[in-house]
Ligand binder design. Structure first.
Ligand code: CA
Ligand code: CA
Ligand code: CA
Length: 800
């Protein structure tokens, strides 16, 4: 009896947990779909093979039931009927020994139904695991109305220490001590169908709007990223970040992830933008770890980026912290790779001259000077105990600068001390008007820095960004200290956003920008109790006439968009101004926008009512005539609404995603009213609960400034193929046009208003492949010269 009571108590607690999971499950968190769907661990879960694999619960001597099949199935032609139950635990059981593992998370589902007219109008059912002995755990539950099928659904993680040498799953009703006193209430017959159990990979998709429409911080709302390092190349700003999303694992029931574990992180996240508001996700670089570019390193934190022409070849050098103990570099042939390792051991380590006493040989930040000489700044952590406590606190001398070799992957000479006041980590140097600016993050005190010591007046407080100004990139005495550049981010973003920071400064088109991080997306997901997942932010950096920096004020507004977005080209769908409920994933194949060597990502996890948006898109005065998306349909009935200025703004076009599921295809919609400058929202619609489609890229086409209709065709002349092109002038003025194909150029001459002309291209061959004809047209409209070009395709043809 005592054992039964224990069991009862355990079950009540776990039942509550399961119900909570289900309530949450109907909301945002558990709307997250199961990723990497694995096979059903249940044998014959649909009972289409009769009772194979099932037996009546045998966990207790009193548990018993008769199992039979019924044609009243939820799906297929057969289900299980459970009758003659003697205890509430009496029900169908299946042995999963050897199929489930401790520490793993699973999703269980089952359909149940009861019909006894003398039973209560609703009844709760459980799917329960019996691990042997008295260990029972409810896995999922449903309360179902009499006469209807109801879905049991639950996720559960088998505790790490759980013995699973016997693991048996069964279906039952809530336990009561004397069920036979009211058999219609407690021991009714019931039916079961469609039992599934599969390993569950919790979704990392951020379901909240992490970057609010109209705001520019955080830079992205669909993933995290920390320690951002801004780097400008060829008119584009790249931001390299510690991949905080790598270990993010929100609990499928609560939506709350365990706290960040830096030891998990061996990837660097890259995003880029030409306007500082719409950011393209380039995905993650697998830098360290067994499959990394530099497998002799284990972590990749706090990246720094530089470029230099080495032996006539432009190369890109990505420096990173290999945990706290060393720093390293990998080499790219572009800012987004591909990447190789020129080294077989770390670049900065215990053997680096001048760095012997630096506790943390990490946070490497490169600077290539105007004369081509490159430097690397690094270091941090506890001050040397050989110094007096007051000096350890105020001038810990834990940061360094060292010359890089011409190859950028070696060092030259000995490191110099950067005597940054109250220094902790995150050294970074930029150059402006001949002066070098060293910025860094300050420490929070404590035993590592000599205990509670008096702070030199004007020195930084804990967790601030201080800076120094020098005329020499290798000379940083404490006298070059210039003040606090950025207070702690919690001053601006409030509870839950404190902690240390990591900054960089870059110049872009004549302005300077300051990068920092704050766990603002984490805060939007979980409120003030954050778990340390950080997001990238930008603010403009402004200078006083004497060259000192005006202290940066952090805000959600961020920086101004530096140019409107050009929609008239193929651009990646993973270019996001704002978004809701989507994720991105790297796919095989080239990027349409960035070329064959660049990684390509797609937008995925698209559910009904998810959306992505672009800020300040310039459609021009004539506007956009159509938009084409490269999509992969995952279900029938999906569509994309193109809206202006708001997620509920006017629809200017709807793209049907009606292509065969599973295949990449292009889908197009005509647009009406998309002219001028607007924010553009792509709102995704389709069957609720379905993973709708994935999107690779977008392309808008402008309304041509001249209204011509152009078609191309082929015909046979004898045994030879003739390509033909037909142009109709829909304008009210004369148009001059000519057509070009693979078989030459043919002028149309003057094309009067409303007139149509045909031109032919003799090919001289019996077979032609599919191709295009391009028609270029010019006219004078309202006294202004106007030109436009059109392409028309034709199919392959064989004659003779
Ligand atoms: Ca069935
Ligand atoms: Ca989604
Ligand atoms: Ca793409």
């Amino acid at each position: 009896m005592e054992q039964r009571l224990l069991r009862s108590t355990r079950r009540r607690i776990t039942a509550v947990a399961a119900v909570v999971a289900l309530v949450v499950g109907s909301g945002a968190v558990a709307a997250a779909p199961v990723q990497a769907a694995s096979s059903n661990l249940i044998t014959n879960g649909g009972f289409e093979d009769g009772l194979a694999g099932w037996f009546a619960n045998n966990g207790n001597a009193a548990d018993n039931a008769a199992l039979s099949t019924t044609t009243d199935a939820h799906s297929g032609t057969s289900a299980m009927l459970v009758s003659n139950r003697s205890t509430t635990g009496s029900g169908p059981m299946q042995d999963l020994s050897g199929k489930v593992q401790a520490g793993k998370t699973y999703l269980v589902t089952a359909q149940v139904k009861y019909e006894n007219p003398n039973s209560p109008s609703t009844k709760q059912f459980f799917v329960t695991m019996h691990y042997g002995g008295s260990t029972y755990t409810n896995l999922g539950t449903v309360t179902v109305p009499r006469g209807q099928w109801g879905l049991v659904q639950g996720t559960f993680t088998i505790p790490a220490g759980q013995n699973v040498s016997t693991a048996r799953l069964f279906v039952e009703t809530p336990w009561t001590s004397n069920p036979s006193s009211a058999p219609d209430t407690h021991l009714m017959d019931f039916k079961v169908d469609d039992v599934t159990l599969q390993e569950y990979t919790p979704s990392k998709t951020i379901e909240v709007v992490g970057k609010l429409p109209g705001e520019h911080n955080p830079l992205i709302g669909h993933k995290f990223g920390a320690d951002g390092f801004g780097f400008v190349h060829d008119g584009r700003v790249y931001l390299y970040m510690t991949n905080d999303t790598q270990g993010y694992a929100p609990n499928p029931s609560t939506g709350v992830s365990p706290g960040i574990n830096y030891g998990d992180i061996n990837q660097i996240t890259v995003i880029s933008s030409t306007d500082l508001v719409n950011w393209t996700d380039h995905g993650e670089i697998q830098v360290a770890g067994p499959n990394g570019v530099a497998p002799f390193t284990g972590n990749s934190w706090a990246p720094g980026m530089a470029k230099k022409v080495v032996n006539g070849q432009e190369k890109f050098f990505l420096y990173y912290a290999n945990g706290g103990g060393s720093s390293n570099v990998i080499t790219g042939s572009s800012p987004v790779g591909p990447w190789t390792s020129e080294r077989t051991s770390t670049l900065i380590n215990g053997g680096t001259p001048g760095a012997e006493t630096v506790a943390w040989k990490f946070d490497p930040a490169p600077l290539v000077d105007d004369d081509g000489q490159a430097y690397l700044y690094f270091g941090g952590g506890p001050a040397s105990t050989s110094m007096p406590p007051v000096e350890r606190f105020n001038n810990p001398k834990n940061l360094r600068g060292i010359k890089l070799g011409d190859d950028m992957v070696s060092t030259e000479g000995s490191a110099v001390v950067v005597d940054a006041p109250v220094a902790f980590e995150a050294g970074h140097v930029f150059k402006r008007e001949g002066k070098y600016y060293f910025s860094y993050s300050s420490h929070f005190g404590g035993n590592d820095f000599g205990g509670n010591q008096p702070r030199v007046p004007g020195y930084p407080g804990g967790g601030q960004i201080g800076y120094m100004i020098s005329d020499d990139p290798m000379s940083w005495p404490k006298e070059t200290y210039a003040g606090v550049l950025f207070p702690n981010q919690s001053q601006f973003f409030g509870a839950g956003t404190g902690g240390n920071n990591h900054q960089s400064v870059f110049e872009f088109e004549g302005k300077y920008y300051f990068t920092y991080h704050a766990p603002t997306l984490n805060k939007r997901i979980n409120g003030d109790t954050t778990q340390g997942y950080r997001s990238p932010h930008l603010q403009e950096l402004t200078f006083n006439p004497d060259g000192t920096i005006q202290q940066v004020v952090g805000d959600y507004a961020g920086v101004d968009q530096v140019r409107n977005f050009d929609p008239y080209r193929v651009f990646e769908a993973e270019t996001l101004g704002w978004s809701k409920g989507i994720a991105t994933a790297k796919v095989d194949g080239a990027s349409a926008e960035f070329g064959t060597a660049a990684p390509n990502l797609v937008v995925r996890d698209i559910d009904d009512a998810d959306w992505t948006a672009l800020s300040s898109v310039d459609f021009g005065a004539d506007g956009a005539g159509s938009v084409t998306a490269k999509v992969r349909a995952l279900t029938a009935g999906g569509r994309i609404e193109v809206r202006l200025d708001d997620v509920a703004g006017p629809v200017v076009g709807t793209i049907p995603v009606d292509t065969p599921t599973g295949d990449w295809a292009e889908v197009t919609a005509e647009l009406q009213g998309a002219s001028g400058v607007h924010d553009v929202y792509f709102t995704y619609r389709g069957p609720a609960g379905e993973d709708l489609f994935e999107i690779d890229s977008w392309a808008f086409e402008a309304v041509p400034p001249l209204d011509l209709s152009v078609t191309a065709d082929t015909r046979c002349v004898g045994e030879k193929v003739m390509v033909t092109v037909r142009a109709t002038n829909n304008e009210a003025v004369h148009v001059s046009a000519s057509a070009e194909s693979a078989y030459g150029t043919r002028p149309f001459g003057a094309l009067p208003p409303g007139k149509e002309k045909l031109r032919s291209f003799p090919t001289g061959t019996t077979t032609v492949p599919a191709g295009e004809v391009t028609v270029t047209a010019t006219a004078t409209v309202d006294g202004e010269p106007v030109s436009a070009s059109y392409t028309a395709g034709y199919a392959a043809r064989s004659c003779g």
